[in-house]
Design a protein around this ligand. Sequence first.
Ligand code: CMP
Length: 142
Amino acid sequence: AIERTLSIIKPDAVAKNVIGEIYTRFEKAGLKIVAAKMMHLSQEKAEGFYAEHKERPFFKDLVSFMTSGPVIVQVLEGENAVLTHRDLMGATNPAEAAAGTIRADFAQSIDENAVHGSDSVESAAREVSYFFADDEVCARTR
Ligand code: CMP
């Protein structure tokens, strides 16, 4: 089915200047960018996004990293988009990520792991609406 998923290029990857290389991977895999914005997350915005991890020991470091510089947030659309995007990213921990994945190629550590992607269609719906109003997501008919 055609799905949408939320993608974030995190501060480490923006700082490494690999935004274009990551976008190219999305496009080559058949995912279309249907919304995008660059933003410097506030502490509140980052904490709200990761609210499900609030009790985890890494929460404070996660929020501090995600607010350390600008990110690019985008909505990707395509066949099986959630899983296709997760396959492109590789495992959360770059040390375990398969060769050729975004995290294997661009990430340093589990904390600074270059990208985020929704883990299910349900999370994607919530995460897309956390960052984008309905009219900010564009229909791509060609
Ligand atoms: P992300 O997909 O953005 O979702 C939560 C983030 O927390 C995750 O990527 C990692 O960058 C970070 N993180 C740090 N430590 C852990 C851990 N032990 N398990 C899962 N995520 C972690």
